[in-house]
Ligand binder design. Structure first.
Ligand code: GLC
Length: 457
């Protein structure tokens, strides 16, 4: 797949490192391109960055109330109750997680939303939630949605492997409401439709007012930030004072050159030609890119030679996951016992230390590029807000890749050091836990109170 001089594995690995390298200069160019795309997206021109208005600003910290939060955005669907005490404390008294069967992810929209409503029903029953009272609900729907208000928005396109039919172009709040009604759940009042990045920013800024960027690095990747209304040309509002959180949808950024492995992955994905950055950075795809590299190495007889069982195992799409990569890269034992265990668990026995080392090395090459691209995207948004990095910025990040992948966060911080030297100390990456639950409830509280105020006025 890549042109490497014939010879030993070392030659190949050098070519591989080149093909996956993201130099400091590449990053600087990427930041400029990012700014151009952000500007176009805000203006309403064609851009790979959708720059979606969220119709909400950062919370103040005094939000109060009890909320039900729904979280749809990956392979699991979650339902939670969240309590905000008005003094900045958030508690989650109940939470349930439901694996979403593939037939609903990739079936019809009706079956997906019926599944969601069914989970809500189970949750209400199991937690003895009073159905005679109305409960405000925040719906974290982590896909690109063209929002028209805090509680309405149409799905632009599915991402992260979802393909449920009849949802694209429809208002997802209406679909949820209809599904709840079909099973006679009438005690829910949907208050807010929230992207997970927006919830993450809300949760992050609750504990740290300097948090002005919410980022997800998990199954997918994306970010939101606070924009001045005066810069949001495409938004038709009378009053241009103040700020609004903007969901960038940066996973779709398309100014990074894909290599042969990226192109191969894209071709076989459910959304070819879209979400280029996400396909290079996020947890849904990294394992698969590493698998494609591994298969190339196997094909060249540079690894796992005369191990037909291994070749057969890794032949299958999806057989190597990003969490496997995390395990392999996290193996610090001299003889790579963790890698041995992983291989043995999959029936692959008697692998040499050399092969295991090469396997670990190729994983590192793929994940390092992801971390550098992620850091480049963060740098782009920070310098959009504050070109000379005059202020301190806390970046609230959630997602398994950031949380669990060994060295990921350090590799990102290294990029800030490369780009900004001492000033990089002004950038703090902080794990903002559970924005899709806690943060979404905070947003729902802001929305509920402004709804009440509108009614009073
Ligand atoms: C995908 C979605 C986006 C979401 C991100 C992280 O990129 O399109 O809306 O925020 O995944 O979950």
């Amino acid at each position: 797949m890549i042109s490497a001089p014939p010879g030993d594995g070392e030659d190949f690995f050098s070519s591989l490192e080149k093909v996956f390298s993201i130099s400091e200069n590449d990053i600087r160019v990427m930041i400029e391109d990012f700014h151009v795309e952000m500007g176009k997206g805000l203006f309403g021109d064609k851009s790979s960055l959708k720059m979606i208005p969220s119709f909400i600003d950062k919370p103040k910290g005094n939000e109060k109330g009890e909320f039900v939060a729904l979280d749809l955005g990956g392979t699991n669907f979650r339902v939670l109750t969240v309590i905000l005490d008005g003094k900045g404390n958030v508690t989650v008294p109940a939470a349930s997680e439901f694996a979403i069967p593939r037939k609903h992810m990739r079936g019809t929209g009706v079956s997906l939303f019926d599944f969601i409503a069914g989970c809500v029903d189970t949750f209400l029953t199991e937690n003895h939630i009073d159905r005679n009272k109305t409960h405000d609900l925040a719906f974290t729907f982590s896909f690109p949605v063209e929002q028209t208000s805090i509680a309405a928005g149409k799905l632009i396109a599915w991402t992260k492997g979802f393909t449920a039919t009849g949802v694209q172009g429809r208002d997802v709040m209406v679909l949820l409401n209809e599904a709840l009604k079909r099973i006679d759940i009438r005690c829910i009042h949907i208050t807010a439709l929230v992207n997970d990045t927006v919830g993450t920013l809300a949760a992050g800024s609750y504990s740290d007012p300097a948090c002005d960027l919410g980022v997800i690095m998990g199954t997918g990747t994306n970010a939101c930030y606070r924009e001045a209304l005066s810069n949001m040309e495409k938004l038709n509002v009378a009053d241009r004072n103040g700020h609004m959180i903007v969901n960038i949808e940066w996973g779709n950024f398309d100014k990074v050159k894909p290599n042969a492995y990226d192109r191969s992955l894209d071709k076989t994905s459910v959304n070819p030609g879209a979400m280029y950055l996400e396909k290079m950075v996020s947890g849904m795809y990294l394992g698969e890119i590493a698998r494609l590299v591994l298969m190339d190495l196997i094909g060249r007889e540079l690894i796992l030679v005369n191990k037909p069982h291994a070749a057969q195992y890794f032949q299958e799409r999806g057989s190597f996951k990003t969490e496997d990569m995390s395990l392999i890269e996290g193996d610090k034992t001299g003889r790579l016992e963790g890698v041995t265990l992983f291989l043995e668990r999959n029936g692959i026995l008697n692998i040499s230390l050399r092969d295991k080392t090469q396997f670990k090395r190729l994983c590192g090459i793929v994940s390092s590029r992801a971390a550098r691209l992620g850091a480049a995207a963060i740098s782009a948004v920070l310098t959009w807000m504050d070109p000379n990095l005059k202020d301190r910025h806390t970046v609230g990040i959630d997602g398994s890749l950031f949380e669990k992948h060994p060295g990921f966060s350090t590799k990102m911080t290294d990029v800030f050091k490369e780009l900004y030297g001492q000033k990089s100390e002004k950038i703090a990456l902080v794990h903002s836990k559970d924005g899709s639950g806690r943060g979404a409830a905070v947003i729902a509280a802001v929305a509920a109170s402004s709804e009440r105020n509108t009614k009073i006025n």
